[in-house]
Design a protein around this ligand. Structure first.
Ligand SMILES: *[C@@H]1O[C@H](CO)[C@@H](O)[C@H](O)[C@H]1NC(C)=O
Ligand SMILES: *[C@@H]1O[C@H](CO)[C@@H](O)[C@H](O)[C@H]1NC(C)=O
Ligand SMILES: *[C@@H]1O[C@H](CO)[C@@H](O)[C@H](O)[C@H]1NC(C)=O
Length: 350
């Protein structure tokens, strides 16, 4: 009860701020809730938990009509968004950083996002939103037209009927590991992956191979052979809020502890293959776990370039297009941190 009130207040205050913070201090997916093995429910509120909630809020920013939503710690003065928004009227001024807070309470992210989705749903169920990890994501520069076009192409190539509205980010290595075979050894998902690779970006199914040093051998290792960019990653998900609502309700699971949010998102996909698909070709978001660490940055699949107007953007060397969102999940954090710092330097942000 008290938690609910706290969340409502927190959400209400976030509406005044209407901004998105992406911080350059990367958070590590592998830190999320791994040590969380309790089975109790978030509703028992103590002082410390209230303080914890008070540190977080949802931030909303817009690329055209698309809402970009994240949850981050509250703090500090306005700063600039790492990366940039190429859209007209783009505003890269954001508030808050929250540097130095390990993101231990991943349920907070899902709870606050669910709250935002529910509230937005009451106002306009068709609102298009992208829900992202705040701490380890860089915006590489693409506009609403590009985002919308790729989103539609991915749904179409996935054989999406009228129910299919959700695109989630993919990645090379499965976390948690024991979920991997359900996607890897299943023709439904593998055929869909091929179709998206081919139809959206004209890429072969093993496109990730030249970019997989696979230096993490323990937490989320690469597959032994047949490495593919095919596992759901919960750090980025796009769709109308009416379709995001049941997904986030399932993942949040009434705040019950004991299972990892990414695994719950993976289960939801397995139960609802007609409603969600993955960005298998990295057209919208590239998850860099296993794709950069252990090699010089010049060998990474992402590179900062200047466009014809001398504006910096992040080039995805695989698709040869702008990288809308670059995700420093897992051991990709150093690359993304470096790109964020250099983009900030180029755009004059602090
Ligand atoms: C969504 O909002 C409605 C109306 O405010 C509320 O009754 C319902 O419990 C909320 N659902 C969730 C999942 O938050
Ligand atoms: C493959 O995955 C789909 C979607 O989750 C599921 O319906 C189907 O039963 C799976 N096939 C096998 C052989 O497990
Ligand atoms: C940041 O920009 C300055 C001046 O443009 C340059 O001298 C410096 O090397 C840059 N630093 C980084 C880390 O790119």
């Amino acid at each position: 009860m008290v938690v609910r009130t706290a969340l409502v207040l927190l959400f209400a205050s976030s509406l005044y701020e209407q901004c998105l913070a992406l911080q350059s201090s990367p958070l590590n997916d592998e830190g999320l809730g791994l040590e969380d093995d309790g089975d109790d429910i978030d509703e028992s509120v103590d002082e410390e938990m209230l303080k914890m909630y008070a540190r977080y809020r949802t931030g909303v920013r817009h690329i055209g009509s698309i809402s970009i939503v994240t949850v981050e710690t509250r703090a500090g003065d306005p700063m600039k968004l790492p990366g940039r928004n190429a859209g007209a009227g783009a505003d890269t001024s954001v508030k808050n950083v929250g540097v130095g807070h390990p993101w231990k309470y991943y349920r907070t992210k899902n709870g606050l996002m669910l709250k935002w989705i529910n509230e937005t749903f009451q106002k306009d169920p068709e609102t298009m939103a992208i829900m992202i990890d705040g701490g380890d994501m860089v915006f590489g520069g693409c506009d609403e037209q590009f985002l919308s076009r790729k989103y539609k192409e991915i749904l179409k190539a996935s054989g999406g009927g009228s129910n299919m509205k959700i695109v989630m980010s993919a990645e090379t290595a499965c976390f948690p590991i024991d979920m991997g075979w359900r996607f890897r050894e299943n023709a439904t998902w593998e055929m869909r992956r091929s179709a998206v690779n081919k139809q959206v970006e004209n890429l072969p199914d093993d496109w990730v191979l030249p970019y997989t040093p696979c230096s993490d051998k323990k937490v989320a290792p690469c597959d032994a052979n047949n490495i593919g960019y095919r596992y759901p990653n919960w750090g980025w998900v796009m769709g109308p809020v009416k379709d995001l609502l049941p997904l986030f309700e399932f993942v949040y699971n009434k705040g019950i502890r004991g299972s990892m949010d990414q695994a719950r998102a993976q289960w939801w996909m397995l139960y609802n293959p007609d409603r969600a698909t993955l960005d298998y070709a990295g057209s919208l978001v590239l998850s860099t776990h296993q794709m950069a660490h252990g090699r010089p940055e010049s060998k990474a699949p992402l590179e900062i370039k200047l466009d014809e107007r001398n504006q910096p953007f992040i080039l995805n060397k695989i698709t040869k297009q702008p990288c809308c969102f670059a995700h420093g999940n897992g051991n990709g954090e150093a690359l993304i941190g470096s790109l964020a710092r250099r983009m900030n330097n180029l755009t004059g942000a602090v």
